[in-house]
Write a protein that binds this ligand. Structure first.
Ligand SMILES: *Cc1c(COP(=O)(O)O)cnc(C)c1O
Length: 367
């Protein structure tokens, strides 16, 4: 955000006003009402657009509000293709709300881009992607999938929450819509819920701006202010998350209590080459498996001291959880088993603390 022109304040001012005076009869100023536009929110939206390399950014009350807005681009009778490994809240919204509104929804495993060609129908309007996925860290070839969508005139959307624009820029890879839960890495301090959308095409930006106002889902100015403050340290935090997480992943890979580590920057990851091609880093979140199943998970999760037993991710503090009983419990049991979300799987969100302290905490807590 540019320094304030009136007083030269270096930190952008926080505009809480819901309404703005007209300059004269018939002469509105740049902003008239804060649902339609707010100077503080504008500062954050411009910053998000610049980070993702788009023409316009939009800030929303939550990540789910951003998703609701993106899905409102669809009409009854349209077809939506969704990669079958996605955030639980997105799954719930798409299956229980979007589908009820008359949008036809099909799930497909899009790890082989050819699967998308088979899933497309004449009425397909959007393809919903997430990479890396949560909690198994599977990757999608965004460039190949974006190319297929463009050739067919279908909108492509990537939930880029796990990497932030620092480590992955979907629009550069030919994707139409980059979406975020800014609650996670972009704000980074676990004190705001928020969402973001960035697009490159001005006509699409017009439609999203209309929906953001019509649906009434933008982010409140105070929360925008906090997210902007978080953004100032995004590069420092993302590098620290990446370095700490990779160091712990390499160490866990050799630990006798651990049977597997799912981390795209490890050479053992089946899509490591794709990770190196489309990502500039892997962030702080990954998962691993314990040899002793549920008992080993209980042992670990009741003994960590620095790693806090909690859901969510992307904050400066380290968190640990068992997806089986926590983040993914709303997924039917047989689906969890089929995709590999079992009792032995542990997900950690590695913060920016001293990595030796984090390693020592895991070492004393592992069975
Ligand atoms: C948390 C999350 C969301 C939802 O965002 P909220 O801010 O909690 O509404 C969407 N996608 C992903 C990948 C997330 O991690």
């Amino acid at each position: 955000m540019q320094p304030d022109v009136e007083h030269g304040a270096v930190m952008p001012p926080l505009y809480l006003s819901s309404t703005y005076s007209f300059a004269d009869f018939g002469k509105p100023r740049r902003f008239d009402y804060s649902r339609s536009g707010n100077p503080t929110r504008q500062g954050l939206e411009d910053a998000l657009a610049a980070l993702e390399g788009g023409c316009r950014g939009f800030a929303f009350a939550t990540g789910m509000a951003a998703e609701s807005c993106a899905l409102a681009l669809l009409s009854s009778g349209d077809h939506l293709v969704v990669h079958d490994d996605l955030y639980g809240g997105s799954y719930r919204l798409i299956t229980s709300v979007t589908a009820r509104m008359g949008v036809q929804v099909d799930f497909a495993d899009l790890r082989q881009p050819g699967a998308l060609e088979r899933a497309l129908k004449p009425n397909t309007k959007m393809v919903w992607l997430e990479s890396p996925t949560n909690p198994l860290m599977n990757l999608l070839d965004l460039e190949a999938l974006g190319r297929i969508c463009r050739a067919k005139g279908v909108l492509s959307l990537v939930d880029n929450t796990f990497l932030s624009p620092l480590f992955q820029r979907p629009l550069d890879l030919g994707i139409d819509i980059a979406l975020h839960s800014t609650t996670k890495y972009i704000n980074g301090h676990s004190d705001v819920v928020g969402g973001g959308i960035v697009v490159r095409d001005p006509a699409l930006a017009e439609r999203i701006g209309f929906l953001q106002n019509a649906l009434g889902v933008p982010q409140a100015p105070h929360d925008c202010y906090l997210v902007m403050r978080g953004l100032k340290t995004l590069p420092l935090r993302m590098r620290a998350h990446h370095d700490n997480a990779l160091e712990l992943a390499r160490w866990l890979e050799k630990h006798p209590a651990v049977s597997a580590v799912h981390h795209p920057w490890l050479e053992s990851h089946p899509q490591h080459a794709l990770a190196k091609r489309q990502m500039r880093g892997a962030g702080g979140t990954f998962s691993f498996r314990l040899k002793g199943g549920n008992e080993a998970a209980r042992h670990l999760l009741t003994r960590t001291k620095l790693f806090v037993l909690a859901e969510s991710l992307g904050g400066v503090e380290s968190l640990i959880e068992q997806p089986w009983t926590m983040t993914h419990v709303s997924m039917p049991e047989e689906v969890r088993r089929r995709v590999g979300i079992t009792e032995d799987l542990i997900r950690i969100s590695v913060g920016i603390e001293d990595v030796e302290d984090l390693r020592a905490d895991l070492a004393q807590a592992l069975p």
